[in-house]
Design a protein around this ligand. Sequence first.
Ligand code: FAD
Length: 559
Amino acid sequence: MAFSPRFAPVARSLRNCQRPVKYVQRIRPVAQIRWTGSTSATSEPFQPSDEGGTKGQSYSAKEIKFTSEAYPHIKKDPKFTQLSTEHVQWFKDLLGSESAVIDSLSNNNAADDIEPYNADWMRKFRGHTKLVVKPESTEQVSKMLKYCNDNMLAVVPQGGNTGLVGGSVPVFDEIVINLSRMNNIRSFDEVSGILVADAGVILEVADNFLAEKNHIFPLDLGAKGSCQIGGNVATNAGGLRLLRYGSMHANVLGIEAVMPDGTVMDDLSKLRKNNTGYDLKQLFIGGEGTIGIITGISILCPQRSPAVNVAYFGLESYNKVQQAFIEAKKQLSEILSAFELMDGKTQKYLAQVKGRKLPIEGEHPFYCLLETSGSNTDHDSEKLQTYLEHVMGEGIVEDGVVGQDATQNADLWSCREGITEILGHWGGVYKYDLSIPIGEMYDLVNETRDKLTKAGLVGDDDSHPVVDVVGYGHVGDANLHLNIPTRRFDKAVERELEPFVYEWVAKRNGSISAEHGLGITKKPYIGYSKSDTMVKLMKQIKELYDPVSIVLLDVGTPI
Ligand SMILES: Cc1cc2nc3c(=O)[nH]c(=O)nc-3n(C[C@H](O)[C@H](O)[C@H](O)COP(=O)(O)OP(=O)(O)OC[C@H]3O[C@@H](n4cnc5c(N)ncnc54)[C@H](O)[C@@H]3O)c2cc1C
């Protein structure tokens, strides 16, 4: 049994206390790298690339049903103007660069190039835009929005188009304002750790830049290779580091945004304390672009931890998952940086779809990924060893591995981050991103599976639309991702799922959208998580900042 020097003390202490040798053998360093799956959404099928093509496996956006056909009750507001070649020419004159405008109105050859900007990542939504514009400065965004406002042209802001609620693509022929060319890091202060950057900087690019300065971006998620920091702020993305660093509301210090009438809100503050009236930037964080386009952000970035450990283990029940989490909080406290849940089915499908071996042998009903980040390797390793020794010794954890270096840690992380991608393998996914009290979180997965099975919708062959019902998520944040991978989107499945899922969550005072936002998918259901008064106040804010409603999504109005 080979132990890395770091984990030798685990073996010794377990032997000293004469625990069964099987425990000693189970928590072990990862023996070898068995797979090299990318954890970024660059490997995912439905991302528009900078060139307008698609990355990853090939698909045609044209295979996706138009949102306007799938949801015929969503009607285009007749007050909006039809896009004309004169409008298009105005944008071309403003942007002055061929690559900054994709126009399929006056150029039939651009029809294929424009499609990836019309379609969302889940193959659920598809718009009819004939114009994508890519500004490269705040001034250009301002001129564009003023022009659209004056001419009654509807727009949709688009970052990396990795959003999971259909908010980043048009429904009708809204102009797509894509931020990908606004991708400059503006400044970084190594003393305060404050980064100021354009909204279109890719999250992974920002994090790599910060790595060189020994810092990290306070957000990490599976789509980091494609999503943009402006999109992250607009959706108040949660991700894998929230347990440790908190949400975007806690870390964003300032925002530069353009209001729908073209006014630039310059609140790119670098202050941690600034109690001078309403904190208006918070309205843009999680606002999903409904009251303006974020063009720049200033954000507090933590020091990069020199000591990072990742453990991956299997457990026999959800109750044991909770026990393992309680112990992690108690014993790892200040160095605990992530505690993630994956049910056995997600790991089984990950192995199947990717054709890879999982890090531990056998099948376990649940798996957890735990990360510690601290400043002292010996101290952190010792704490983790004591924790692992305890949870193995107490029979809380059945089997587990610990990464020995950064590559193996990333490899273990890919067992969690790769899930979103592989669940699309069979065709489509119904996705629910829910906040639920931790104790009851997994009950929803079982109850949903029972319900769909009883309705005869789950099965192994094409006659059944549903492949399975799985659950994973951020245990530390009480955030469950309930996913239903399907062979096709089917109204019979939707009738079983909704409003069942929302009612289940509302009964427990949870949230119907923990971190993905409302978009088109969740907007009609806001009432399950927000009172009429809250919705009314939100609508008043929308009316105040976007009276013409050119940014189409507006919270609170049922579609
Ligand atoms: C594999 C994978 C894993 C994911 N994991 C997580 C996760 O762990 N946690 C999580 O929260 N999300 C997750 N997501 C969802 C998604 O990545 C996030 O919502 C992300 O923050 C979206 O950023 P984006 O740049 O792609 O925005 P887009 O998808 O382009 O847009 C999302 C919304 O924000 C608006 N918007 C975008 N940019 C701007 C801007 N500059 N100004 C104003 N509005 C704007 C759009 O109009 C849209 O409504 C995941 C997605 C994938 C594909």
